[in-house]
Design a binder for this molecule. Structure first.
Ligand SMILES: [Zn+2]
Length: 229
């Protein structure tokens, strides 16, 4: 998540909360909403980015240490941490669409679940956390990179490690085939990656072929005590 000072339609300087990989403006720190800075279906005009200090009283108040309400970015971050921890305890990646988030707060039994308007910020924090996890380099294995397509946009090259789930490219039919990485080994011809699909016999790919055919889905945590699927 990126924070930038932005000049709104009203001339006031608001604190903008943006997607750090695509530059998409998600929200502003006050209640004015993103349309106080961009018009619907328009991208953020770079000319609106400014070094001028915040002048919107609500955005200033939101950043004050004595603020009555926590900053909505931090509030969303806390919710995202809870959703991820819950998903980790089950051994799955969290659903990041609106319905998935709604169900997560239901199962977390949050007393005052966040309003829908906070979902895009929560989703962005979740995506950032999952990206950090996907980019963490595994120890003791040769480096092999495959694309990782962030849920809210932006693509990075992520290192592959044992336990990772990789998705076949262009599986857009609603059925997402994935494989689990079992091992990475140096060989005279380069690095060889062993993957397994379902319970079928393992298969090996060269590092180069792997990066062409697969993208990274996640590095799913292995919950202690939970049965491995
Ligand atoms: Zn504001």
């Amino acid at each position: 998540m990126e924070h930038k000072n932005l000049i709104g339609h009203d001339g006031a300087v608001h604190e903008g909360l943006l997607n750090g990989h695509t530059g998409f403006l998600i929200d502003v720190a006050c209640d004015a909403g993103r349309y106080s800075v961009v018009h619907p279906y328009e991208k953020l005009d770079p000319a609106r980015v400014t070094d001028t200090p915040l002048s919107c009283p609500s955005c200033v108040a939101a950043n004050s240490p004595a603020a009555a309400q926590p900053h909505r970015g931090r509030l969303a971050h806390g919710y995202a941490e809870d959703v991820l921890a819950k998903a980790d305890s089950r051994g799955y990646v969290p659903a990041k669409d609106d319905e998935g988030l709604r169900l997560a707060f239901e199962s977390l039994a949050v007393e005052n679940p966040p309003h829908r308007c906070l979902y895009t910020l929560i989703r962005e924090h979740l995506t950032d956390m999952l990206t950090d996890r996907a980019l963490a380099a595994p120890e003791g294995v040769p480096q092999v990179l495959v694309p990782y397509k962030r849920y809210t946009g932006g693509e990075v090259q992520a290192p592959v490690g044992p336990g990772d789930r990789l998705m076949y490219y262009s599986a857009a039919g609603g059925y997402f085939q994935y494989v689990r990485v079992e091992a990475l080994e140096e060989s005279p011809a380069g690095v060889v990656v062993t993957v397994r699909e379902k319970e079928w016999p393992p298969f090996t790919w060269s590092a180069h072929e792997l990066g062409r055919r697969f993208s990274k889905l996640d590095r799913a945590p292995m919950p202690s005590g939970a049965a491995e699927r």
